[in-house]
Design a protein around this ligand. Structure first.
Ligand SMILES: NC(=O)c1ccc[n+]([C@@H]2O[C@H](COP(=O)([O-])OP(=O)(O)OC[C@H]3O[C@@H](n4cnc5c(N)ncnc54)[C@H](O)[C@@H]3O)[C@@H](O)[C@H]2O)c1
Length: 384
């Protein structure tokens, strides 16, 4: 199979590496020749490094690199079976590029987009054959993250979805089917990890360090929410938050915070700018976490029930199956456990009780418990 990849940035380069490693021929093209050259050097260096570390032989590295071609125009995609688009996150630009690709590929070629936030239906709508357009959403860094969300649009033909699932399995990735709704699974279900953490901080219940420690030590998460937001960058994370909220017709559960908006406006993008929720400048004094164990437990439980509520809403609205949602959060953002499995372990009734207590206190829609959880608690049911 021959895979075309348009856009040789972080994602396109990773997708090319993974496809060629699995045995596909991959042709990658970027409208910016410097970006393509950079991708070429990077792929060469990465494969050599893997060989040095003994993960693959030098011979294999050579074969993998030999399966990657660097195109000079869209015409390089003529005989591709699948073209994956990983260019700038702009609907107009993506639609135009899809129309141009349609002119050069065969009618049987699958057209996939790696978009994180745009609707697949809106990209498909610009095409002559919308039924062959699908979302295939990889996670960064592509070679390390095994999750891939497969998102058929309402126009996508069933056979295209089946072929996309087959290809993702061929790449030895964990494919999950997700509905074409904002944030798909991961970028939707993960919102409270950031939003509720910021809310707790804004109310003065605890500071960043205390909340981060509660989530890593009590919750077992790899990175606390503030460390993670600083790592992602307020520019990216704030934009995603705002976009998901707007696309959900201003659903209060997804409402962004002023704290993050101000960091975004100030250019305090986290690690990359030297300042975010934390100060990364040399010699900066880092805040110390409050050692109070009861406080840590309260913080953890508040954030985890909000995450479980979001995962339950995603099941209720059939964004994904419970299995797909748990797989997505463990493989896409490295959660220590699936949220719905966590709900079973905590007891669905106790999750409902904690959400209701928050709702009673605040009387905000943000804290309303999912009807699915309430129904399950009443029927004494578990997800698994
Ligand atoms: N970076 C992530 O963490 C991540 C994760 C999942 C999905 N995505 C999505 O993947 C896509 C790419 O993201 P990225 O981080 O790799 O971006 P990037 O900025 O690193 O790379 C994009 C590349 O596309 C090229 N490009 C732009 N317009 C083009 C055009 N018209 N024709 C050909 N090439 C063009 C640019 O020159 C650039 O090299 C976006 O849709 C993004 O939302 C990103």
């Amino acid at each position: 199979m021959k895979i075309g990849i348009i856009g040789s940035g972080a994602m396109g380069t990773g997708i090319a590496q993974v496809a060629a490693t699995a045995g596909n021929e991959a042709v990658i093209y970027d409208s910016n020749p410097a970006a393509l050259e950079k991708a070429k050097n990077q792929l060469h260096a990465t494969l050599n490094k893997l060989a040095e570390k003994g993960k693959i032989t030098l011979n294999e590295a050579g074969h993998i690199f030999g399966r990657i071609f660097f195109g000079t125009s869209l015409h390089s995609f003529t005989d591709c079976n699948i073209v994956v688009e990983a260019i700038v996150e702009d609907l107009g630009v993506k639609q135009k590029v899809f129309q141009e690709i349609e002119e050069v590929v065969s009618p049987h070629c699958i057209l996939a987009t790696n978009t994180s936030s745009l609707s697949i239906a809106s990209i498909a709508a610009a095409c002559k054959i919308p039924g062959r357009v699908i979302g295939i959403h990889f996670f960064n860094p592509v070679p390390l993250m095994s999750l891939v969300e497969i998102i058929p649009a309402i126009q996508t033909e069933k056979s295209i979805t089946e072929k996309a699932i087959e290809w993702v399995a061929f790449l030895k990735k964990d494919g999950v089917l997700a509905k074409d709704t904002p944030g798909f699974i991961v970028n939707r279900v993960a919102r409270p990890y950031y939003g509720e953490a910021i809310r707790i901080m804004e109310e003065g219940i605890a500071d960043c360090a205390t909340i981060d420690k509660a989530m890593t030590e009590t919750g077992g998460f790899k990175m606390g929410p503030f460390t993670l937001m600083d790592f992602i960058g307020a520019d990216v994370n704030y934009r995603v938050t705002e976009s998901v909220w707007q696309q959900f017709f201003y659903e209060p559960r997804f409402k962004p915070s002023f704290s993050q908006k101000r960091l975004f406006e100030a250019g305090y993008f986290g690690r990359k700018s030297g300042k975010g929720f934390y100060d990364y400048s040399e010699g900066a004094i880092q805040p110390e976490a409050n050692p109070d164990k009861a406080l840590a437990s309260n913080i953890f439980r508040r954030i985890i029930v909000m995450l479980i509520n979001e995962a339950a809403e995603a099941v209720l609205f059939q964004i994904g199956t419970p299995h797909a949602i748990d797989l997505a959060m463990t493989k896409g953002v490295n959660y220590p456990k699936g949220l719905l499995r966590w709900a079973d372990e905590m007891g669905v009734a106790s999750v409902v009780a904690e959400l209701d207590a928050l709702y009673d206190l605040y009387r905000e829609d943000r804290y309303r418990c999912s009807a699915l959880l309430r129904k399950m608690a009443a029927e004494n049911k578990n997800f698994y």
